[in-house]
Design a protein around this ligand. Structure first.
Ligand code: ATP
Ligand code: MG
Length: 173
């Protein structure tokens, strides 16, 4: 559905405010350029951001910082989620997108599925995800997604008669 993407992103991102307060983590959000009209899959984008932010808070202790930045370049949206948490070692970094993979020392509960799912969702949206990390210093995930009609996941597009309908639009109709 073509609409202004910023209010949607803000509602997803700011839903972590209470989490930040509870865990005593400093939470910063920056929108670095004007928002655009965009085609995107609400459900997928929401899951992508939720997964990255829940990891950032889960693996960052009190006194740390989590920051999100959102920018628009060409026909893409770029979202970065950074934290000053425990970080991921070089050896483990190449495995974090694998299904059921968890770093051995990972605290808390988890099934190791979050990032595998996130990567799948990003790729269904014709996008790319990258990670940078330093053990003991922190981690940044970068997501870049096209926000054009062509970038929409096939699953979001339904052909009705001869008309192309975006399924998200149907749900809201
Ligand atoms: P869940 O399925 O509940 O998300 P999980 O968080 O363990 O479980 P993933 O989100 O797939 O699984 O992450 C895989 C592993 O990558 C984690 O177990 C953790 O070791 C590491 N990891 C992910 N995000 C971060 C981060 N922001 N900082 C440090 N380590 C991280
Ligand atoms: Mg996770």
């Amino acid at each position: 559905r073509k609409n202004d993407i910023a209010p949607f992103l803000k509602s997803v991102i700011f839903s972590f405010d209470s989490m930040a307060e509870r865990s005593k983590v400093d939470y910063g959000v920056v929108f670095s350029s004007d928002s655009k009209e965009a085609y995107f899959d609400r459900d997928k984008l929401e899951k992508i951001i939720n997964n990255l932010l829940s990891n950032a808070f889960k693996y960052t202790g009190a006194g740390g910082k989590v920051s999100v930045s959102v920018g628009f370049i060409d026909d893409c949206i770029q979202i970065s989620v950074s934290d000053t948490g425990k970080g991921i070692s070089k050896e483990n970094l190449s495995n974090v997108f694998d299904r059921f993979y968890r770093v051995e020392s990972s605290e808390g509960k988890g099934s190791g599925i979050g990032l595998a799912l996130t990567k799948e969702l990003v790729e269904l949206h014709q996008g790319k995800i990258k990670v940078e990390s330093a053990l003991g210093k922190g981690t940044t995930f970068h997501v870049k997604l096209p926000i054009t009609l062509e970038g929409l996941p096939k699953s979001a597009i339904v052909v009705e008669g001869e008309k192309l309908v975006v399924s998200d639009e149907k749900q809201n109709a």
